[in-house]
Design a protein around this ligand. Sequence first.
Ligand code: SAM
Length: 267
Amino acid sequence: MTVGPVPGQLRAAARGNAGVSALSDVSVAYLSALAGEPVWARTQGGVRLRLPMRRWLGFPDAAHRADEALIRHCDGPSLDIGCGPGRLVADLLGRGVPALGIDTDAIAIAVSRRRGAPALCRDVFDPVPGQGRWRCALLADGNIGIGADPVRLLRRVRELLAPDGVAIVEFASAGVGLQSHRIRLETGGWSGSWFAWAQVGVDAAGVVAERAGLRMLEMEAVGGRHIGLLAHEIHCCASSIASLSIRGNGCSASSRYANSINVRSSP
Ligand SMILES: C[S@@+](CC[C@H](N)C(=O)[O-])C[C@H]1O[C@@H](n2cnc3c(N)ncnc32)[C@H](O)[C@@H]1O
């Protein structure tokens, strides 16, 4: 994958997109990753986690197979929320699926556009084009943590989706539950400011979805990543059954969609 522009050009593009002169912490992180530097997220508890920035920039890593599983579920106009540099939007467009990314970070938007993936510099809680008409909404790469209030975020996703739409959400591992904490981004020689983020493990996914008026249809584990499909509570049974023929999953799935969460696991 070729990202194309060098960081200096990206900075200029980002300022143009955002209308600002200062770079955000997320921009610094993406620029550092583009320059080949490692980037970490650190919790106030002192845990430091290396972020898969190279995958986010579009270079396959050991966990990229789950990306394929994420976008396989996108069978109509898809909104990638917190799209970063737009790798999923680009893949969707390459398969003929209409897609748009939104992200609050100007560098992410600049990279996404440079690779031909349409993206808007937009907060998910602000007005978004196509509200109430999106067939699919993606929250990948831990983006369920956006805003540090997953129930509020999923309620917003519910508003964005068409009545028969599906949210495709990546969750953390079992045992994580629902956690919110303050984190900051770090590189070898720089630390950003603390900000609030959340994590939702597969063990808490159903409860969080339910509080947001969504229902879990399916949970799939792929290469250590966990992908849940969520639909509007009142439409999920009818729309799931209707969508089965479109998705080609077979009629046997209808009762499981209607009655329970389907759990699948791939190596
Ligand atoms: C964990 S990274 C996701 C990486 C991304 N999916 C990718 O492929 O690079 C979180 C992303 O969410 C974006 N973000 C954070 N808050 C947001 C908000 N309120 N609305 C839209 N995007 C947001 C960040 O700018 C960042 O790019």
